[in-house]
Write a protein that binds this ligand. Structure first.
Ligand SMILES: [Fe+2]
Ligand SMILES: [Fe+2]
Length: 146
């Protein structure tokens, strides 16, 4: 494997809650770094990602604790599974297992679109409705990749 494919943001990931969308852009950029950074930068990139993931998931988990959000458990479970994998891979990387970090990044790239679609979008819609009494407005640039 000579070249790592990166992970690029796509506007179809937009959910309409601006803080969540901003966090998701950061998620994609940090996973992209895990895929593309040189091996000697991996430890720092993984630490950055771990910090991001904790804050990202913690914020969503706290939003779901607001009154009346339905069905929080499986969303929190998914976050916890990702965090557990990240911690495991940090330990493996400390033992020199560089390849596992790339595999984690590929798994995260596969995981994110469905997680955003099924779980985060429900939360985003609920949050926006709760604050504005309406559905989220999502502006996607025309011509963005399908
Ligand atoms: Fe999220
Ligand atoms: Fe989430």
């Amino acid at each position: 494997m000579d070249e790592q494919q990166g992970f690029a943001w796509d506007d179809r990931y937009l959910l309409g809650h601006s803080a969540m969308d901003e966090t998701h852009r950061e998620f994609v950029a940090l996973v992209d770094a895990l895929l593309t950074v040189e091996a000697d930068g991996l430890e720092a990139a993984l630490a950055d990602f771990a910090r991001h993931a904790e804050a990202h998931f913690d914020q969503e988990n706290r939003w779901m604790e607001l009154d009346g959000f339905p069905a929080r458990d499986c969303h929190v479970d998914e976050h916890n599974k990702v965090l557990a994998s990240v911690r495991e891979v940090q330990l493996e990387l400390a033992e020199g297992n560089v390849q596992l970090v790339r595999e984690l990044a590929v798994a995260l790239m596969d995981w994110f679109p469905a997680h955003a679609d099924y779980m985060d979008s429900a939360l985003s819609t609920w949050l926006v409705k709760r604050s504005h009494g309406g559905r989220p407005l999502v502006f996607r640039r025309t011509g963005s990749k399908a």
